[in-house]
Design a protein around this ligand. Structure first.
Ligand code: KG4
Ligand code: ZN
Length: 352
């Protein structure tokens, strides 16, 4: 089967054509992503109304390009999948409404995909991974551990009680006067910095739970920066390195605990940790997770970075997994600004 996938939940307008064979193997035929970074740059963050307008302006030709690069006509796809949430509602509506129009006009099934399910199932597209596995999703909007048991069968083991990890990188970058998105800027500054200069807190780390908290750390960074202002380039690099070391500590310690719980709760399964979301691009965090996985006898899977960040292929693939289980949606399905992965309306379509 071949699916068109549409993603418009944040600041990427994306469409892809993905193929899934009867054995469950996936192949990406095209994957077009148009980032809106330039539109939002003057505002230091994503402006929802501008995002929705840009999706309106660009989605049609991004979809046409996805079909052209895959060498097929849209009438040749087996279904249309689109992100139906969670996300910025204006953008989600643009993508979902376009998908409904295409589904109605072409007489194809529609699949309303949970964006987080797209991230959660990507490792099955890229690595043919079997259920169950432990997912660490770290993006600009989410920081969570999810046990992925099957399509639609998710158990959230931990989440952030305040900022998402990518958001923490972005806010630290902003207060240091670095560009947006902040993650890559902070990582690049950290390379030449002294990570031992500032002792930033590791919030919640002593507690026996799998949740995250990053806002206290961000405040500690702000206070440290204010104390030594005006900042020299070396100060900025040292703050970035010390901050990155603190979050790496937090993420690796938590991931070790999540893997320990995985082994205890699922003694017959192969311990596997999958990382997804834009922060997966961070090399220091990736190296830390590789060490934790090796120490715990677990396999670490990090899909290629363009498939960790928002894209249409993950939405097409999640749609394909649902279509293979005969799970489709009516044209009356609504967009959702909030839609947790473990909510009842995800449907437990398949237990592993
Ligand atoms: O998954 P993503 O592309 O978009 C969503 O949030 O859905 O993630 C973007 C986030 C941003 O907060 C960005 O700063 C962060 O991922 N990020 C990084 C790095 N590259 C991107 N954070 C740390 N280190 C990086 N190298
Ligand atoms: Zn995302």
């Amino acid at each position: 089967m071949r699916l068109l996938g549409i993603e418009t939940s944040c600041d990427e307008t994306a469409a892809a054509i993905v193929e899934r064979d009867d054995a469950g193997h996936g192949r990406i035929l095209s994957n077009i992503v148009r980032s809106q970074l330039d539109e939002h740059a003057p505002y230091g963050g994503v402006v929802p109304e501008l995002a929705a307008r840009a999706h309106v302006s660009h989605l049609d030709h991004i979809i046409a390009r996805a079909a052209a690069e895959a060498g097929i006509l849209l009438s040749e796809v087996d279904a249309i999948a689109a992100t139906a949430g969670p996300g910025l509602i204006g953008g989600v509506l643009v993508g979902l409404t376009t998908a409904k129009a295409l589904a109605a006009a072409l007489g194809k099934p529609l699949i309303a995909v949970n964006h987080l399910e797209g991230h959660a199932l990507t490792a099955r597209l890229t690595d043919g991974l079997q259920f169950p596995y432990q997912l660490l999703l770290v993006s600009g909007g989410h920081s969570q551990f999810v046990l992925v048991r099957g399509v639609g069968d998710y158990e959230r083991w931990g989440t952030t009680i305040d900022d998402a990890l990518g958001e923490a990188f972005d806010k630290v970058a902003k207060l240091l006067g670095l560009g947006n998105p902040g993650g890559p800027e902070v990582e690049s500054q950290a390379k030449s910095g002294d990570a031992s200069r500032f002792k930033f807190p590791r919030p919640l780390l002593r507690e026996d739970r799998l949740d995250f908290s990053f806002s206290g750390l961000k405040t500690a960074v702000r206070l440290a920066a204010e104390q030594i202002a005006p900042l020299t380039p070396k100060d900025v690099a040292d703050i970035c390195a010390s901050f990155q070391l603190a979050v790496t500590d937090i993420v690796t310690t938590r991931s070790a605990s999540a893997l320990a719980r995985f082994r205890a709760d699922l003694p017959d399964a192969t311990p596997t940790l999958v990382v997804a979301g834009g922060v997966a691009a961070n090399k220091a965090i990736g190296d830390g997770l590789r060490r934790v996985a090796a120490e715990g006898g677990a396999t670490l899977i990090v899909p290629p970075i363009p498939l960790c960040t928002d894209n249409g292929a993950m939405i097409a693939w999640a749609g394909a997994e649902r279509l293979a289980l005969h799970e489709t949606n009516g044209l009356d399905v609504s967009a959702k600004a909030r839609w947790p992965l473990d909510s009842a309306d995800m449907g437990r379509v398949h237990a592993a």
